[in-house]
Design a protein around this ligand. Structure first.
Ligand SMILES: *Cc1c(COP(=O)(O)O)cnc(C)c1O
Length: 715
């Protein structure tokens, strides 16, 4: 890549591959590539917070020159680059051998967020990580995807807890120069600027890109001189506040995104919408065909037959409904371009049960796509009941919304040391073939003690990491109470529960506090104590979520809990890695049926951390009676009390006794059996690989057959 040479003129030619690697997130899921940067300079790696672009900008020329002459470093450099080059080769991969011909046009994937790495804060939570993990897996399987999203220049919400336990929001501006992104230029070598078509007054975007292995993700940015101030802010934050700015954001994502691909000359065969936010992309695809002379009905039919839509939540706030007067304001020049009347246009977005509510993005996406899914078996059931209104003639169980359960990108979420342990007992092919269930049967052959010591090591690492953060905050002269609440009293020998996720109210972070007396008794037991690590951010506009956070925080600093509750600030991808590797039990207590899937428990299971969860989201599919713990959610007014009761029961009767039943060699044998069961039953199934193959086999293969100008499709 020529561009990376311009960016790092001080890197000697012999190791110029480093610059190329730094700008492709492929490095982030290949431990040998991470090791290469670490070998170059451990301090620089650490100071850059594991961001190779920043590291290579900051590092001194002497270190680079020495590396370029060090035979050991060169061996590693060449080996990693060889692996990288071979992985970048599209030939001979799963997708082209099983689904379609290499001559096919790519699949366009649109999403409002992507969680790829902590240096790219373009996510709020699960939806983003799902999209990020999906892109990485598409690269691994060779699914030809081109992705579209936003750069949120002020997207980084740094969480800081104030002395009264409130979350103070501080947004941090992205440092474009030091992030693994590059600007997309036009043919003249200038910044590419694209106008969002038809919409008045005009909105312009500039475009950046991120390389995710073989996949290119384009990011639109409205914070540019060509825009007036109101437009500049459209993409400044995720999910902009206020319906109008939110509508403008979704116009840019869908219509602007489609136009960017157009301008770049990227034609695509299938459109996949990750949640309803980018659904306007469908309109733009139709408009392109109408303006080329097609009748609206034909264009609609053709576009519909090649569009895939994934709905991600039953929570009402997750489904945008825009008032018709706002739709009118922005789209009045648009419906004539489609050949539609105002009413016919509005009709596209009407949910029959609430015809006057406005333009419903989910209803529209469902009507205008041929393939739709929910993200777990249970969620698809809920979605069929929510959207039965669109197919009133069908029985509810025949409503065409199937399930493709989410999964996590295994190379990203497996702890590297644990990965080596699996290699020793599951065989060298385990990672390459990780969705093969048979391989995981060998988990039973891992000696109990070895698995236990490995886990203990990660638990220590997590606690030391938390203490290091606390020390830094102490040094920054933060409140002593905050330091005490942030985990300095954690004990690696104590059964540790982890609860880390967004502080959305339906996730019920405070369910355990329903009976404070009982909780205190559990946590402060003299011989079998329990500790809990909490982390997570509330959306800045979510007052109730912030209240829950404050409640957890005040428990963390309340001495009567005996220092057994920790609240760790500033949850992000990096902290998530430490927590899902290092706690003993992953706790999940949403209000059913609102957790469409949940993925953090999958990350934990993969690393041998069993899941204790209410039966919602993925857990009804994942729980087999031996690989963790489950309870049914109660119904009715007292459901919180009863759910908490069920949770206390499981903790007191099952989890705590099992954990503390230790053999003479110091290993809790029966506990380790649960860990092994979690690893072997959940890892192959709840992987992004299984998920991505399902999208390809259930949706893309069929949609590609409908794509016009199709290349010979196999399978
Ligand atoms: C995996 C992940 C999530 C999603 O967690 P849920 O279980 O879906 O709530 C959110 N944030 C981060 C940082 C993650 O890594």
């Amino acid at each position: 890549m020529e561009e990376s040479k311009d960016k790092f003129p001080h890197i000697p030619e012999r190791i110029a591959g480093l610059g190329e690697l730094a700008y492709n997130l492929w490095w982030s899921w290949h431990p040998e590539a991470r090791m290469l940067f670490k070998m170059l300079s451990r301090p620089a790696w650490k100071l850059s917070v594991h961001n190779p672009v920043k590291m290579l900008h900051d590092i001194d020329g002497e270190t680079l020159d020495a590396a370029a002459k060090d035979p050991k470093f060169l061996r590693h450099h060449d080996a990693v680059l060889a692996r990288f080059r071979s992985d970048m080769n599209p030939a001979g991969n799963w997708f082209y051998s099983r689904i379609a011909d290499p001559a096919m046009l790519p699949i366009a994937y649109f999403s409002a967020e992507y969680g790829l790495h902590h240096s790219l804060p373009f996510y709020a939570g699960g939806l983003g990580f799902l999209a990020g993990d999906f892109l990485k897996e598409c690269s691994d399987l060779g699914v030809p995807v081109v992705a579209m999203g936003f750069m949120y220049p002020e997207g980084y919400l740094r969480q800081k807890i104030s002395p009264d336990g409130r979350q103070a929001d501080e947004s941090e501006t992205i440092d474009r120069e030091n992030a693994p992104i590059t600007r997309v230029l036009n043919g003249m070598g200038n910044r590419l600027t694209v106008r969002v078509p038809i919409i008045e007054p005009p909105i312009y975007v500039e475009v950046w890109k991120v390389l995710v292995g073989k996949v290119v993700l384009y990011l639109m940015d409205t914070d540019i001189d060509a825009n007036d101030p109101w437009n500049r802010g459209i993409t400044s934050h995720l999910y902009a506040g206020g319906p109008e700015q939110r509508l403008r954001q979704e116009i840019v994502l869908g219509i602007g995104g489609a136009e960017v691909l157009n301008t770049l000359g990227i034609k695509y065969s299938v459109l996949h919408l990750n949640e309803g936010h980018p659904a306007f992309a469908i309109l733009e695809r139709i408009r392109e065909r109408v303006s080329a002379g097609a009748a609206y009905e034909d264009a609609f039919r053709e576009v519909r037959s090649t569009t895939v839509f994934t709905t991600h939540t039953p929570v009402p706030a997750g489904h945008d409904v825009f008032p018709f007067d706002l739709i009118e304001k922005y789209f009045h020049p648009y419906w004539p371009a489609l050949g539609l009347s105002r009413d016919a246009f509005f009709q596209l977005g009407i949910a029959p049960k609430e015809p006057n509510a406005g333009f419903n993005m989910t209803a529209f996406a469902l009507k205008a796509s041929a393939y739709h899914n929910g993200v777990s078996r249970k969620h698809a059931e809920v979605a069929r009941s929510m959207w039965h209104q669109l197919w009133p003639d069908l029985p509810e169980d025949k409503v065409p919304i199937v399930h493709i359960t989410n999964g996590v990108h295994v190379p990203t979420w497996i702890q590297p040391k644990t990965s080596l342990l699996y290699t020793n007992y599951l065989g060298a092919q385990w990672l390459a073939d990780h969705d093969n269930r048979d391989i995981w049967e060998l988990t039973d052959d891992i000696p109990n003690k070895e698995l236990w010591i490995n886990h203990y090591w990660h638990k220590m690492k997590l606690i030391l990491r938390i203490m290091d953060r606390a020390r830094q905050r102490w040094f920054d002269a933060r409140e002593p109470r905050l330091i005490l609440a942030s985990g300095v009293l954690l004990d690696p020998n104590v059964l540790t529960l982890g609860f880390a996720r967004r502080f959305a109210t339906y996730k019920r972070a405070t369910l355990l506090f329903q009976d404070v007396g009982r909780l205190k008794k559990i946590l402060t037991d003299r011989w079998k104590p329990v500790q809990i690590i909490f982390a997570g951010k509330a959306h800045p506009a979510d007052e109730p979520g912030k209240k829950l956070l404050q409640q957890v925080f005040s428990a963390a600093e309340d001495s009567s809990f005996g220092g057994r509750i920790a609240f760790v600030e500033d949850y992000d991808e990096q902290l998530a890695q430490y927590i899902v590797h290092g706690v003993d039990v992953w706790l999940n207590t949403p209000l059913p049926p609102l957790e469409a899937c949940g993925t953090s428990g999958m990350k934990a299971s993969l690393n041998g951390v069993p899941h204790l969860s209410i039966l919602d989201g993925w857990w009804p599919e994942g729980f087999n009676g031996k690989n963790g713990w489950a309870f049914e959610g109660a119904e009715g007014e007292l459901r919180d009390d009863r759910d908490a009761e069920a949770l206390y029961e499981i903790l007191e009767k099952e989890v705590i006794p099992l954990y503390y039943k230790v053999d003479d060699d110091g290993v809790p044998r029966d506990w380790v059996r649960v860990m092994k069961e979690a690893i072997k039953s959940n890892s192959p199934v709840f992987s992004a690989r299984r998920m991505t193959k399902e999208y390809a086999e259930k949706f893309y293969r069929e949609a590609l057959k409908s794509a016009t100008g199709k290349a010979g499709i196999s399978g």
